[in-house]
Design a protein around this ligand. Sequence first.
Ligand SMILES: Cc1cc2nc3c(=O)[nH]c(=O)nc-3n(C[C@H](O)[C@H](O)[C@H](O)COP(=O)(O)O)c2cc1C
Length: 404
Amino acid sequence: MSKNPWKQNPWFESVAVAQQRAKKRLPSSVYGALVAGSERGQSMSDNEAAFMELGFAPHVAGHQAKREMATTVMGQEISLPVIMSPTGVQAVHPDGEVAVARAAAARGTVIGLSNFASRSVEEVVAANPATFFQMYWTGDRDVMIQRMERANAAGAQGLIATLDWSFSMGRDWGSPEIPEKVDFKTAMKFAPQVMRKPRWLKSFATNLPDLTAPNLAAPGEKKGPTFFGAYYEWMTTPPPSWEDVEWMREQWHQLSGKPFMLKGVCRVDDALRAVDAGVSAISVSNHGGNNLDGTPAPIRALPAVAGAVGDQIEVLLDGGIRRGSDVVKAVALGARAVMIGRAYLWGLAANGQAGVENVLDILRSGADSALLGMGVSSIHEVTPEHLVMAPGFARELGPVAQRS
Ligand SMILES: Cc1cc2nc3c(=O)[nH]c(=O)nc-3n(C[C@H](O)[C@H](O)[C@H](O)COP(=O)(O)O)c2cc1C
């Protein structure tokens, strides 16, 4: 009997299929860490559901034979308006962020590298020179400057400051257990779930994830703190003020002269303050529904934010992007580009670097179909008129009075 060529085809046709494969392949605690979310998961669900509330108004003829979607984000040329949002991808795949960086480079886009990442900024920049380094507000000022200096010296092309974190966890579906380190004792404890995932285990071979954060290593030290060590430092750092945002942007500018993004903005008044603080870009985001539950989907907050500051700084969006049409909807409502999180994590888990490339290809072809249907020759031509948006869809967050 001839072999069925499709039987083990690792290619997937949608991000949802990649997620199903990730669920099948990963140990339950690793999969659970990627699902993440906070509290009752209201924001996490709204991030995806809101895109379903937006429709298209396609033309029947007059379509364009060629469609363009290249753009730039913080000075980096990208072949489609999608970049990789920073995520700590510990233990998903042995190549971790290096595989994501290679895939992004192969498809002509940027990787945002989390300061909690499992691979060093030096390795990631070597795989993709278009890297933005992401930092939380953690550690004292000298430590922060030292981390910025390291990222700049490694060749990172921009800094992303993520400040939307309120340590709100308590998930109704339960949080996965994350071990402090992977030693024999932990291996035995996690053995029942890990043994059920032999392909994942085999991919790590002898090189089990060490669950440390190399980009937070003290100068001269090779190994970074464990995830819990890093989280403790973060929790015990006094929260930042707007002056601190300005300070961080200024330090980065002085030492690198490179652009700075504030990630996690959803209110109009905060977007205006970010402009005053001198940022180059913001991402309208609720941290993928992992921060304060009840924050509306960023796609709902985008029109007001983009309307207020879109002519002064670059406005991006992240949260809930699962298909190319979502990318086009976000651009139509004022985003210059979007950042994806779980979508590429599912691809990485399903098929490593090729899986992340697969996700980017899905987004590109889906966006291209939407542009074809709209009858435009460039993504820069899409506007809210191309969408079907029910009254009350959008949300303006923050007091309108502060805008004058
Ligand atoms: C597992 C996981 C880890 C994340 N880690 C970080 C992080 O280290 N730094 C950061 O700025 N955002 C982090 N995020 C948020 C993402 O950058 C992004 O805002 C979010 O995933 C976008 O939503 P999406 O997953 O629906 O695309 C993380 C998100 C997930 C799901």
